[in-house]
Design a protein around this ligand. Structure first.
Ligand code: CDP
Ligand code: CDP
Length: 207
């Protein structure tokens, strides 16, 4: 079984994907981590993030060890990721790895932006997770505050809007709900409620 989870930043994709993978006994791949590692590597090497060829080279040379880099989950890496993610050579370099991961027994949950549309168009279940930009910014602000880092809600909201825009307008595999994906709006749902709704979607699909 392959479950594709897509959606904008801080919609709750990662949290849902982890819980679904544990619930159904599947592997899990956070595909955003691949783009984050490439952006980080380019920035650390002083390479031009807007150069598609340089970005493609770094993507083709990506090593599993690069995914263990210190702060890949943070806001800066998210911003770097969305800048390198626009380049077609970067996206094509990552296709085979993601598809092989998905094909491995017993199956997998992959979360990202283009899993249902480009990476696994034949996934058994596709869920497009979303929430209003305001709710997503509030979640990220609270998440940072819980780690003792205070960043203003307005600033996080602006970053989220900018990243949504860049991810949606790019020509190559933009953020888009697949026609056959179920829409899960978590604006008014807590984590447990969102998980229950996702399980209902998966179980209905499996029959
Ligand atoms: O992976 P993605 O960026 O889409 O989101 P996430 O990292 O799974 O979730 C972002 C934050 O929102 C986390 O702190 C979650 O605990 C929180 N969250 C929530 O409060 N309510 C939900 N229904 C889903 C996530
Ligand atoms: O957790 P959050 O949604 O904030 O970020 P992420 O899923 O780690 O993705 C970081 C960035 O990588 C996104 O803003 C996209 O630009 C890019 N990305 C992508 O283009 N395709 C994917 N399958 C996953 C991430």
């Amino acid at each position: 079984m392959i479950i594709a989870i897509d959606g904008p930043a801080a919609a709750g994709k990662g949290t849902l994907a982890l819980r679904l993978a544990a619930h159904y006994g599947l592997n899990h791949l956070d595909t955003g981590l691949l783009y984050r590692a490439i952006g980080r590597k380019m920035a650390d090497a002083g390479l031009d993030l807007d150069d598609p060829e340089a970005a493609g080279r770094v993507a083709r040379e990506l090593d599993p060890a690069d995914l263990g880099h210190g702060d890949l989950r943070g806001r800066e890496a998210g911003e770097l990721a969305s800048r390198v993610a626009v380049h077609p050579p970067v996206r094509s370099a990552l296709v085979d790895f993601q598809r092989s991961f998905a094909a491995r027994a017993p199956g997998a949950v992959l979360d990202g932006r283009d899993i249902g549309t480009a990476i696994c168009p034949d996934a058994d279940v596709k869920i497009f997770v979303t929430a209003s930009a305001e709710v997503r910014a509030r979640r990220r602000t609270d998440e940072l505050a819980a780690k003792g880092r205070s960043v203003s809600y307005e600033r996080i909201l602006a970053e989220i809007r900018e990243r949504d825009e860049r991810d949606s307008v790019r020509a190559s595999a933009p953020l888009r709900k697949a026609d056959d994906a179920a829409l899960l709006d978590t604006s008014d749902l807590g984590i447990d409620e969102a998980f229950a709704a996702a399980v209902a979607i998966v179980d209905a699909k499996r029959g």
